[in-house]
Design a protein around this ligand. Structure first.
Ligand SMILES: Nc1ncnc2c1ncn2[C@@H]1O[C@H](COP(=O)(O)OP(=O)(O)OP(=O)(O)O)[C@@H](O)[C@H]1O
Ligand SMILES: O=c1ccn([C@@H]2O[C@H](COP(=O)(O)O)[C@@H](O)[C@H]2O)c(=O)[nH]1
Ligand SMILES: [Mg+2]
Length: 247
């Protein structure tokens, strides 16, 4: 992905060029470096810079399917950095930012926040992090989210986890969660479930067709479920050990 963008850099428009520089800034690749790699000959004896991409896992599943709970365990075991899209949005509400009130109204109603807002929040976290391996929890919620992330951040996930949980179990878990969330009530929960089926399913299907989807049966104890998650990351262990990985 990164190499393809960089190699097109001579012909891209100024707006693409801006997004290229954003992508590169995020992962330590300057425009000058990308030209050095792709277009001009590197000086003798100077190694061309390695192009690096972050390791990204998207974590999908209905409301209350256990995404956040399993993310904690993945972080403990594999050291990925956890970015929960919902938590980032809730932080905007708590900080009374300019989008805070709008986000609160949408979350109360179980609706999806405009892609631009969520992707910018994720992008800021990705850019400012020293990590290069991320668990992006509860995102993308819609096909539009997915396309916006690809366009703005310029990255594709390496792994997509889907926690598959029956609705009755998700309702039970959410109503017992007790964390004071404005959307943890039966009225909003019904709306969230409908939105999940209508808008998130197509994203799940998209990654299934791309061969990136790992479906996990989300019924059982937290440890039983994590036993299904562990082997998914085993093939990536070498990549995850390094602080950054090359394309
Ligand atoms: N395997 C499990 N069995 C029973 N309860 C669970 C299990 N996993 C998580 N829970 C509980 O269910 C509730 C929802 O879990 P969690 O917050 O991880 O779900 P989530 O998918 O992140 O939900 P949301 O999309 O609403 O953020 C929490 O109270 C959590 O402690
Ligand atoms: O990408 C996202 C993620 C979340 N939302 C909104 O937040 C709530 C809660 O999200 P959780 O992942 O369950 O914490 C969700 O129902 C949406 O209203 C969003 O719009 N976009
Ligand atoms: Mg969660």
């Amino acid at each position: 992905m990164w190499r393809r963008v960089a190699s097109l850099s001579r012909t891209i428009s100024s707006s693409s060029s801006r997004s290229l520089s954003r992508n590169q800034a995020a992962f330590g690749l300057s425009i000058r470096e990308s030209y050095a790699t792709e277009i001009s000959k590197p000086e003798e004896g100077v190694l061309p810079p390695k192009e690096k991409a972050p390791f990204i896992t998207f974590v999908l599943g209905g409301p209350g399917s256990g995404k956040g709970t399993q993310c904690e365990k993945i972080v403990e075991t594999f050291g990925l950095t956890h970015l929960s899209a919902g938590d980032l949005l809730r932080r905007e509400i708590a900080m009374h930012t300019k989008n805070g009130a709008m986000i609160l109204n949408l979350i109360k109603d179980g609706k999806i926040v405009p892609s631009e807002v969520t992707v910018k929040l994720l992008q800021k976290e990705l850019e400012s992090s020293n990590s290069s391996k991320f668990l992006i929890d509860g995102f993308p919620r819609t096909e539009e989210n997915r396309v916006a992330f690809e366009r703005i951040v310029g990255a594709d996930p390496d792994v997509v986890l889907f926690f598959d949980c029956p609705e009755e179990e998700m309702v039970k878990r959410v109503l017992n969660r007790n964390q004071g969330r404005v959307d943890d009530n039966i009225t909003t929960m019904k709306k969230r479930l409908k939105i999940f089926e209508a808008l998130n399913r197509p994203v799940i299907d998209y990654y299934k067709n791309k061969g990136k989807l790992y479906t996990i049966n989300a019924i059982g104890t937290v440890d039983d479920i994590f036993k299904q998650v562990l082997p998914i990351f085993t093939p990536f262990q070498e990549q995850l050990k390094q602080s950054r990985h090359a394309m």
